[in-house]
Write a protein that binds this ligand. Structure first.
Ligand code: TRP
Length: 367
């Protein structure tokens, strides 16, 4: 079998540059890689509901926002199948079967779930932990296996999900016979270049922390966000020596700056090392650094904006893309589910003659 990849996003907000460097960029590389036979990207709306069940409009609205985000960065719907999780009934069925293969203590040990329970305060006061949320790693295993995905490109935080999925696959194949494909995680290659801090210097860029730059950011708000970035509190006068470590502007430049940007926007330097050296020594002001970063980000995001505007003017085509992708995914996941039912001896309605003759033999033998 060739390579099949699946990734997903919870449609709970517009995607930002953190998503872009952590995973979307990799997907663009993947779609250019001819060794992949099938590439799926799933809008995990069901998973999004596990901690937003009381806000269905948030999920509904972000189905279109995230789809537009995908299309605007250049995900090619002819190459990548974009589909909606809740419209794939095979996934809930598989989840139902896999639930028998996972214990409560094992789920409790899943570090991502543990961490998220903490973050959402599910175990504080009388909030209570929703069963659906607690068990989402099982449903994510259903997502992955339903598509026969052998490659799952995700960030570091999803490692425990993949481990849990691999355990389920192993257990299933041991109990019911070789049926499910064992998935491999595909992590971003260069950790430093694949992690983006928030504009406030916090480790993670996140919508809820209010420190994100969105892929659909307007020119004006992009400028405001870059110009108010945290730099080095001790770098008061231009002539003062400055620190690179912990300086958000430089951590963004580490990720986005290429040598050609100096020729285009700041020809005082040949490359980022030269610029950093000057900053450390003193004599390079924050405003100049920020304007340089702004030019680089504006170049990138203006392309996304243009592409997005085209799709926004043709929402009927976006609808058709989602529908076609989802229909293709229904077929694919139903086929896996048929295989699973057969392995689990539940293919009662697959072949009338065969089943009736099996019944006959069984009843005769047990008279
Ligand atoms: N849990 C993933 C996230 O929060 C989203 C997701 C759902 C996913 N289903 C998936 C990722 C299947 C990879 C494969 O980002």
């Amino acid at each position: 079998m060739g390579k099949i990849s699946l990734t997903g996003d919870r449609p709970t907000g517009k995607l930002h540059l953190g998503h872009y460097v952590g995973s979307l960029r990799n997907r663009l590389a993947l779609q250019a890689d001819k060794s992949f036979d099938e590439i799926y990207v799933m809008l995990a709306d069901g998973q999004g509901l596990t901690d937003n069940f009381d806000n269905p409009m948030k999920i509904r609205d972000n189905i279109i926002q995230v789809t537009l985000d995908y299309l605007s960065i250049g995900i090619d719907p002819d190459r990548v199948t974009i589909c909606v999780q809740s419209a794939l009934p095979a996934l809930t069925e598989l989840t139902f079967y896999y639930m028998n293969l996972v214990t409560v203590p094992r789920l409790e040990r899943n570090p991502t779930v543990k961490n998220e329970i903490q973050l959402r305060g599910f175990n504080e006061g009388d909030a209570g932990l929703p069963v659906g949320f607690f068990t989402y790693p099982i449903s994510q295993a259903a997502d992955i296996t339903a598509f026969d995905a052998n490659v799952v490109p995700v960030g570091e935080d999803q490692k425990p999900m993949l481990e849990q999925c691999r355990e389920i696959v192993h257990k299933f194949n041991t109990v019911y016979g070789e049926t499910l494909v064992m998935p491999e995680i595909m992590l971003p290659k260069n950790e430093r270049e694949n992690r983006l801090k928030g504009t406030d210097g916090k480790e993670k860029m996140s919508k809820s922390l209010n420190n994100a730059i969105f892929l659909s950011e307007s020119k004006e708000t992009l400028k405001t966000k870059v110009m108010s970035m945290y730099t080095d509190a001790d770098h008061i006068n231009v002539s003062d020596p400055g620190k690179i470590e912990g300086n958000v502007v430089f951590s963004f430049l580490d990720v986005f700056c290429e040598d050609r940007h100096f020729a285009d926007y700041l020809n005082d330097y040949k490359n980022l090392d030269e610029m950093k050296e000057h900053y450390r020594k003193g004599g390079l002001g924050d405003v100049k650094c920020k304007k340089f970063l702004l030019a680089i980000l504006e170049e990138k995001i203006s392309k996304f904006r243009e592409e997005r505007a085209k799709w926004e003017n043709d929402l009927s085509s976006v609808y058709d893309i989602l529908l076609a992708g989802t229909n293709k995914a229904i077929k694919k996941t139903n086929a896996t589910c048929d295989r699973v039912r057969k392995a689990m001896k539940m293919d009662y309605f697959s072949d009338k003659d065969k089943i009736v003759s099996e019944w006959k033999t069984y009843i005769t033998d047990n008279k």
